[in-house]
Design a protein. Structure first.
Length: 184
């Protein structure tokens, strides 16, 4: 971890740049680069609503995992970091400028930091897995024999479980602590 600190720092910085730019655009112009998290949650608790909400988070993570075996691993990791950063940046600025309980401000920041950790960890590990491959297009047999592949799979599943837990927390957070409509 210590000798690879610069790679973790790079993806974390990309995540924070995405969060800062999207939060700044939303604060100044009320413009969101992507859909807001609060827009994707339905009005009532339902299993289907939660599954669709969680799928919005798991889809980019699955793309990052699958890109680990291609030459586009770093580019997909950067795109996913920017995407998640922009989603959580708007969430933090909306709750930070709202008149709600200060607990919600801290909770939004904790969600941002938790997902920054998960995204940074997965993107860096996929870049390392790609660096361990010997050819540009490895055969499936070669991928299955590598020790890095099984390690990456366990890390991907770990990040997916953490993401599902964060999604449960966000789903209830956005339903039970909704923001009042913005006065424009």
């Amino acid at each position: 971890m210590r000798k690879n600190f610069k790679y973790y720092f790079f993806y974390f910085t990309v995540f924070l740049i995405g969060a800062s730019v999207s939060a700044g655009l939303f604060f100044a112009y009320r413009f969101s680069l992507f859909h807001e998290l609060s827009e994707s949650v339905g009005g009532s608790l339902s299993l289907q609503g939660y599954i669709l909400f969680a799928a919005d988070f798991l889809r980019p993570l699955l793309l990052v995992f699958l890109a680990a075996f291609t030459v586009y691993s770093c580019a997909v990791g950067i795109a996913a970091s920017l995407y998640f950063g922009s989603l959580f940046g708007v969430l933090v600025i909306r709750y930070g400028t709202s008149g709600l309980n200060p607990f919600t401000h801290a909770a939004a920041l904790i969600f941002l930091l938790a997902f920054a950790f998960c995204t940074t960890w997965l993107c860096t590990e996929t870049a390392f897995c790609r660096a361990a491959l010997r050819t540009a297009a490895p055969s499936p047999g070669e991928l299955l024999r590598l020790r890095e592949t099984s390690s990456l799979l366990t890390r991907f599943l770990t990040v997916c479980l953490i993401t599902l837990a964060v999604c449960v927390a966000l789903y209830f957070f956005l339903l039970y602590f909704p923001l009042p409509p913005l006065a424009v």
